[in-house]
Design a protein around this ligand. Structure first.
Ligand SMILES: Nc1ncnc2c1ncn2[C@@H]1O[C@H](COP(=O)(O)OP(=O)(O)O)[C@@H](O)[C@H]1O
Ligand SMILES: [Mg+2]
Length: 69
């Protein structure tokens, strides 16, 4: 693998900050636990980190035993 592809793979495993967004998502998740459904829209410019936040959140959900579809 070339160095640039290697660097990109390394970066894909790094996740920084976004505590505010993750806390908000976690609060919504608590409502789901109370049997109320929730729909959350992640909105922002291209490249701002929507997919990264979603991946981090679903990873945390999986770790907590949620069945992520
Ligand atoms: N919180 C973060 N920590 C580290 N890297 C991030 C973070 N948010 C985004 N990135 C990186 O920035 C780039 C664009 O993020 P991405 O989630 O694909 O944006 P979007 O989905 O909003 O277009 C990706 O390479 C991603 O890994
Ligand atoms: Mg995206």
């Amino acid at each position: 693998m070339n160095d640039m592809a290697d660097d990109q793979n390394q970066m894909d495993n790094v996740f920084v900050d976004r505590e505010k967004e993750l806390k908000l998502l976690n609060n919504e998740m608590k409502e789901v636990l109370g049997s109320n459904g929730r729909l959350v829209l992640l909105k922002g410019e291209a490249g701002v980190g929507k997919t990264a936040v979603a991946k981090e959140f679903i990873g945390r959900c999986s770790e907590q035993g949620f069945n992520v579809l």
